[in-house]
Each structure stands twice: as C-alpha cells, then as structure tokens.
Design a protein around this ligand. Structure first.
Ligand SMILES: [Zn+2]
Length: 127
C-alpha cells in the first residue's frame, strides 16, 4: 500500500498509512471510496483539512491533487528524491503537503540507493 500523494510504501514508514478524505469531512466530504485515499502520516498530517493551495509559480489558488480524479503521472515526476510538479495542482499539492521536506527527500534518496524507490509505473494502481 502506497501513499497516493508521495508514493511512499507503508513498509518504509513506522507510522501506519491513514485514510485521507480528499474533500475533508469539515467540508462535508463523504466517507465514500470516491472521496478517500491512502496517505502516509506525513502527507495526511500536512494536508489536514486543506482542499486547495497556491501554486508557488503563479500564485494562483487551485484545488489539491485528487487521487480519485487526477492521474499521478500527468502531474508529477521524480527527480532523484525530489518530487517535481508539472501543473499548478501538483505544485500546490507539493507545497501544502510539504512533500519535499528535507527529511522526506533524505529518506527517498536512501530508498533510491537501496533500489527500493521510486515504484515502477505498473504498480501505480496498487492500492
Ligand atoms: Zn505521502
């Protein structure tokens, strides 16, 4: 099971992955499969009840990446341990979820060196 935002596999983190409400319950997001996804504790904690963010490049307010509606590979790509956003949605999501925090990047670089990251494209649909 991988975080649907940063792709970190559950096996590489101590804290259990969590159920994230894409649209937070605070904003009447339902407890449905269409509105929930798996997120690591880091991403879910940083996301909180946020549903939008400002694209750091354009300053435009945009919705956050929605794993149920958006295709990960169309928005993001890896550059070593750093996640690069191709779209305003991706850049805002990386910013709000603090996906490129130095600790996260360092962990990813260790996993890359061990040949354990990033996940192959074919298992992107793994939930
Ligand atoms: Zn994550």
């Amino acid at each position: 099971m991988r975080c649907e935002y940063c792709q970190l596999a559950q096996e590489f983190t101590v804290l259990p992955h969590q159920i994230d409400h894409v649209r937070a319950t605070k904003y009447h997001g339902p407890n449905t499969m269409e509105n929930t996804c798996f997120a690591c504790a880091h991403c879910n904690g940083a996301k909180g009840s946020n549903v939008a963010g400002f694209d750091p490049e354009t300053g435009i307010l945009v919705p956050l990446f929605n794993p149920r509606a958006d295709v990960w590979n169309e928005h993001f790509r890896w550059q070593a341990g750093i996640l690069i956003g191709h779209s305003p949605i991706a850049r805002a999501t990386i910013d709000v979820l603090r996906i490129n925090d130095p600790d996260c990047v360092e962990q990813r670089e260790e996993l890359i060196q061990a040949g354990l990251f990033p996940p192959a494209v074919f298992d992107m649909d793994e939930r």
